[in-house]
Design a protein around this ligand. Structure first.
Ligand code: FE2
Length: 92
């Protein structure tokens, strides 16, 4: 995914970054809810720190134009679906 995005240049890389991180952040939000309900403070703090990093990456992708070009919408959509699939497959 990264290689294919890189072929499209800097905005392609940023579109890939934004798409991956957006999906990952949604997944981490689910994990935070689960860990909060399980009252696992150590795991909660670890996942929260990871999420803070991913939010920064997503926001950088946004700031660098990764989410605002309609030409990259199919790329963002495909990367989002692929990332979601990998996460769901990994959770099985
Ligand atoms: Fe990241």
């Amino acid at each position: 995914m990264g290689f294919m995005s890189a072929l499209l240049g800097r905005r392609g890389i940023m579109a890939c970054t934004w798409a991956v991180e957006s999906v990952v952040i949604n997944h981490l939000k689910e994990q935070l809810i689960y860990l909060g309900n399980a009252n696992d403070q150590e795991a909660l703090a670890t996942v929260q720190a990871i999420m803070d990093d991913e939010v920064n990456h997503r926001d950088e992708g946004l700031a660098q134009g990764g989410a605002n070009s309609i030409w990259y919408q199919p790329l963002r959509w495909s990367i989002s679906v692929f990332t979601e699939s990998v996460i769901r497959f990994g959770m099985r």
